[in-house]
Design a protein around this ligand. Sequence first.
Ligand SMILES: COc1ccc(S(=O)(=O)[C@H](CC(=O)O)C(F)F)cc1
Ligand SMILES: [Zn+2]
Ligand SMILES: [Zn+2]
Length: 158
Amino acid sequence: HLQGTRWNKNILTYRIGRYTRDLHRNTVDSLVKSAFSVWASASSLTFVRSHTRTADIMVEFVTYEHGDLYPFDGPRGTLAHAFGPGPGVGGDTHFDDAEYWTAGETGMNLLVVAAHEFGHALGLKHSRNPDSLMYPTYRASRSANLLSIEDVGSLLPQ
Ligand SMILES: COc1ccc(S(=O)(=O)[C@H](CC(=O)O)C(F)F)cc1
Ligand SMILES: [Zn+2]
Ligand SMILES: [Zn+2]
């Protein structure tokens, strides 16, 4: 994926396009907002929801071929992906709607996966620390580790 370095601004807009039917819309809205606030609370970044197409970070639930070079693979396997910082597709975050998205410990916890993906959308790579949000594999218990994020200091253009 485009691994841009860092955003060159501290106020980033996001827009939610296609939703999943696994959760009520306002549940998706609040989980996405919470996932961004994980990073906002650990940095000087501010995330503002936008309803215009020109948002920096486009958030969508899609399946299989969906218009970029990284088609999804059905249930399990790849859960989501995000492009690194940059114009256009930069920052965009896609969730595989073939997964069952939940707010709890069953299925795939949207808050955990979104917080991880938004880390990538901000330019972070994976961590070798199994307790880190940016550890490469998903574990439902990770929701307990939402606040164990790291290397955030390197995140921002000061
Ligand atoms: C904890 O959050 C995630 C862990 C693993 C994934 S993933 O299994 O979809 C991963 C994509 C990624 O690391 O973002 C895989 F390479 F596809 C997504 C979110
Ligand atoms: Zn995609
Ligand atoms: Zn990842």
